[in-house]
Design a protein around this ligand. Structure first.
Ligand code: SF4
Length: 170
């Protein structure tokens, strides 16, 4: 049944069936496709498409940052007094996964300032969610070491570029 749908869908969009089938072996892709199909099932085809859960959640993971950029709209420096515990963060990841969220983008502040960043991000990847990371590039972590730690699904890493002045960046 699924193969028939894939064949028909692939033919409509001129996509090779085998490519489509291999693509769908990726659990993150399956999560994304499931999200869209269940949204269509519940709401019909809408424009924009209504989904049962947000496709992407941007999480300001901490207010802590090792930089003090003048333009920072977050006014990041120290952790906020009421930041969540690690257990609360892990619980939130589980709830987002169960609701059908496909992707989490970790932002801040600087997410890597939290010692539990990898624990929480690994929980998200264990639940087959796609991870993006917005970092300032001024920590000890390189893209290579992040990829090695989050090796199940290496994340999209977005770094800000430093300006000529040491105290600010764009
Ligand atoms: S690196 Fe980002 S979060 Fe940190 S102070 Fe600069 S703009 Fe704000």
């Amino acid at each position: 049944m699924v193969a028939t749908i894939l064949r028909a869908g692939g033919a409509s969009f001129n996509v090779n069936f085998e490519h489509l089938r291999n693509y769908l072996r990726d659990p993150i892709v399956r999560r994304g496709v499931t999200s869209v199909l269940s949204g269509i099932g519940r709401h019909g085809v809408t424009k924009p498409q209504f989904l049962d859960a947000p496709f992407l959640v941007v999480w300001n993971f901490t207010n802590a940052c090792n930089l003090r950029c003048k333009h920072c709209y977050q006014r990041a420096d120290k952790p906020a007094p009421n930041e969540l515990s690690t257990e609360e963060r892990l619980k939130i990841v589980g709830e987002l996964a169960e609701k059908g969220v496909v992707s989490i983008a970790f932002s801040g502040g600087e997410p890597l300032m939290r010692r539990d960043f990898y624990e929480v991000a690994m929980e998200a990847e264990r639940r087959d969610m796609y991870i993006a990371l917005a970092m300032n590039g001024d920590t000890d972590e390189s893209g290579y070491s992040i990829d090695r730690k989050l090796r199940m699904h290496p994340p999209s890493v977005y770094r800000s570029l430093k300006s000529a002045k040491e105290t600010s960046q764009n």
